[in-house]
Ligand binder design. Structure first.
Ligand SMILES: NC(=O)c1ccc[n+]([C@@H]2O[C@H](COP(=O)([O-])OP(=O)(O)OC[C@H]3O[C@@H](n4cnc5c(N)ncnc54)[C@H](O)[C@@H]3O)[C@@H](O)[C@H]2O)c1
Length: 290
C-alpha cells in the first residue's frame, strides 16, 4: 500500500532507462500513485485504468512515503491524461476491499459538499457520487461479479473528480494522521471515521449534510451520519479503530497531531472534541448529532 520512496526511485530509473513515452497504471490508488511519482520526476504522461474506487486517477495529488512519513503535494503533471473505467476489471476485487474502497469514495464526496471552495458543479457531482455508490455498494460487496452494481459503484469517478477540484477538511486530515502516524490501512480508516466527522459537521453545515442525507435516501441532515454508519454495517466493514490495531493510549497522540496545525472545517476543531470523536470511533459507538 502507498508509494514507498525506494519503489518510486526504482520505477523512475526504469522509465528513464527504457525511454518510456508514458506510464500505463492498472490498479488501485497505490499503483496509480506510483505512476504519479514517475510523472512528477519525468513529466511522462499517465494513462490510468483504475481497479478500485479510491479516485486518485482524477486528482493532481501525489503522495510518497519515506521512513514512515507520507509527504503529499499537488502538481498538474501527475494528473492522468486519459482514464479508462471498466467495471469488468472490478469483479476480482474482494468484498473486504470493495466495501471500504467505496466508503473512501463516499468520504471524498461528503467533504467536497462542505469544502471551503465548493461550487454548484462540484456539489452536484459529489451528491450524485454518494447516490450512485450508496445504492449499489452493498450489492457489489455481496455479489462481486454483478456488473451492473460494479458499473454503478464506478460513480466513484465523481468522487475522485470532486476530491481533485476542491479542498478537503477534518475527515481527510484525521485519516491522513491515523494512516501516516499509526500505519493504519487507508480505506478502512476512511470507512470508520466518515460517519463521525459527518455527525461532527452536521449542525455547522446543514445544507451540505442535508444533501448527503438526500443522496442516501434518509429524511434529514440529522440522519446522515447514522445512514453512513448503517451502510458500514451492511457492507460488513470493520467498525472500530481498535479492530485496525490502534490502542487506547494512541488516541491522545492522534488528537494532538490532528489539531496541531489549524485548517478549515465547518465546525471549529478543538483538541477536546477530536479526542471525543476518536474515542467514539475507537469503540464503534453509533454517531450522534449534538
Ligand atoms: N492522490 C490521490 O488523490 C489519492 C486518492 C485516493 C487514494 N490515494 C492513495 O491510494 C492508496 C490507496 O489506494 P486503494 O485504496 O485503491 O488501495 P491499493 O491500491 O493499495 O489496493 C488495495 C489492494 O487491492 C488490490 N486490488 C486492486 N484492484 C484489484 C482488483 N480489481 N482485483 C483484485 N485485487 C485488487 C491491490 O493489489 C491491493 O492489494 C493510498 O496510498 C492513498 O493515500 C490517493
Amino acid at each position: 500500500m502507498h508509494v514507498p520512496a525506494e519503489t518510486a526511485k526504482a520505477a523512475i530509473e526504469a522509465a528513464k532507462n527504457m525511454n518510456a513515452g508514458c506510464t500505463i497504471a492498472v490498479g488501485g490508488g497505490s499503483t496509480i500513485g506510483l505512476a504519479k511519482a514517475i510523472a512528477l520526476d519525468t513529466g511522462k504522461p499517465i494513462l490510468a485504468v483504475p481497479t478500485t474506487y479510491a479516485g486518485s486517477e482524477m486528482t493532481p495529488i501525489w503522495g510518497i512515503t519515506e521512513a514512515g512519513v507520507k509527504t503529499t503535494g499537488r502538481d498538474l503533471k501527475v494528473l492522468p491524461r486519459t482514464v479508462i473505467y471498466d467495471p469488468e476489471l472490478l469483479v476480482t476485487l474482494p468484498d473486504f476491499i470493495t466495501g471500504p474502497s467505496g466508503m473512501n469514495a463516499i468520504a471524498h464526496c461528503v467533504e467536497a459538499l462542505y469544502a471551503e471552495n465548493a461550487n454548484p458543479i462540484t456539489s452536484m457531482m459529489a451528491e450524485e457520487g454518494i447516490r450512485a455508490i450508496g445504492r449499489s455498494l452493498e450489492e457489489a460487496v455481496k455479489q462481486q461479479e454483478n456488473i451492473a452494481a460494479r458499473s454503478d459503484t464506478l460513480g466513484a469517478w465523481l468522487a475522485g473528480a470532486s476530491l481533485g477540484a476542491v479542498g478537503m477538511a477534518l475527515h481527510h486530515k484525521l485519516c491522513h494522521t491515523l494512516g501516516g502516524s499509526f500505519n493504519l490501512p487507508h480505506a478502512e480508516v476512511h470507512t470508520i471515521i466518515i460517519p463521525y466527522v459527518t455527525a461532527y459537521n452536521t449542525l455547522a453545515a446543514p445544507d451540505a449534510i442535508g444533501r448527503v442525507a438526500k443522496a442516501l435516501g434518509v429524511e434529514s441532515s440529522a440522519d446522515a451520519a447514522s445512514a453512513l454508519f448503517d451502510l458500514n454495517i451492511a457492507i460488513g466493514a470493520k467498525m472500530t479503530l481498535s479492530e485496525l490495531g490502534m490502542t487506547e493510549e494512541d488516541l491522545d497522540k492522534a488528537a494532538d497531531i490532528a489539531t496541531r496545525n489549524p485548517y478549515y472545517n465547518p465546525q471549529p476543531v478543538t483538541r477536546e472534541s477530536i479526542r471525543r470523536l476518536l474515542d467514539d470511533a475507537f469503540h464503534g459507538r453509533r454517531p450522534t448529532v449534538d
